[in-house]
Design a protein around this ligand. Structure first.
Ligand SMILES: [Zn+2]
Length: 201
C-alpha cells in the first residue's frame, strides 16, 4: 500500500467510531470516487477548518468569536447552560428547546486521563456568572462518575455567587449521553429541571 494511502487510513482510524478496517473501506471508497466525493470533501474540510474558531466567551465553535449565540440579542442572557461538549450544545439547539446562553467545557474532569480544571473551560464559569449577572446556571453534564466530580467542582466555584444552580431532571440514564437523547426527552429533562439543594453546596 502506498505510504500516503496508509497515512490517510491511519488518520481516519483516529476518528470516533472508526477502526482500521472501516477506515480502509472509507479510503477505498474515496479513491474510487475521486471527482464526485473525495475532492469536494477535501475542500469542504479545508474551508471549514479555515473558517471556524472557538468562541472566547462560551467555547462554542462558530464562524465568529463571540459566536452567533453569544451575540444574539433575542436569547435569554440570564440563563447559562453548562455542557461538556459541542455535541451536547447541538442537541439543545437542534430541538430549539432552549434559548439561553451556553458554556462548553470541552470535556470533564478525569484524574485517570490527566484532565484537570486547567484543561477545561471551567474557571471562566464563576467569572462569567459574576460579570454578566446570570440568574441561573443549568448544569447539563452527563451522569457519569467523572461528570459528578465535574459538577461538584462547578458548584463549589459558584458557592459565593448569588446564582441559582439547577440540573436536568430524570430521563437521562446513568452513563447516558445528552447528545443521543431524543428532543422530547431532553425537553422534558430541561423544563422539569431541579435546583440543587443548599446542603450539597
Ligand atoms: Zn459564544
Amino acid at each position: 500500500m502506498d505510504v500516503n494511502i496508509k497515512n490517510l487510513v491511519h488518520a481516519f482510524s483516529k476518528l470516533p467510531g472508526l477502526g482500521p478496517s472501516s477506515s480502509r473501506r472509507l479510503v477505498i471508497h474515496l479513491l474510487q470516487n475521486k471527482e464526485k466525493i473525495m475532492l469536494p470533501l477535501a475542500s469542504l474540510i479545508k474551508e471549514l477548518a479555515d473558517l471556524i474558531v472557538e468562541c472566547k466567551v462560551c467555547g462554542n465553535l462558530d464562524a465568529k468569536s463571540p459566536c452567533s449565540i453569544c451575540t444574539n440579542p433575542k436569547r435569554d442572557g440570564k440563563l447559562m447552560c453548562v455542557v461538556e461538549e459541542l455535541g451536547d450544545l447541538w442537541a439543545f439547539e437542534k430541538g430549539s428547546i432552549y434559548s439561553g446562553m451556553y458554556h462548553v467545557l470541552g470535556g470533564r474532569l478525569s484524574a485517570i486521563n490527566g484532565i484537570g480544571p486547567k484543561e477545561l473551560n471551567l474557571d471562566t464559569i464563576p467569572k462569567r456568572v459574576a460579570e454578566l449577572e446570570f440568574e441561573e446556571v443549568i448544569i447539563a453534564i452527563n451522569p457519569t462518575l467523572e461528570g459528578q466530580v465535574t459538577v461538584q467542582y462547578i458548584i463549589e466555584s459558584l458557592k459565593n455567587l448569588d446564582v441559582r444552580i439547577s440540573r436536568l431532571a430524570c430521563g437521562i440514564p446513568m452513563g447516558g449521553e445528552i447528545d443521543y437523547l431524543d428532543e422530547g426527552t431532553l425537553k422534558a429533562a430541561l423544563t422539569s429541571r431541579q435546583e440543587y439543594e443548599l446542603n450539597i453546596k
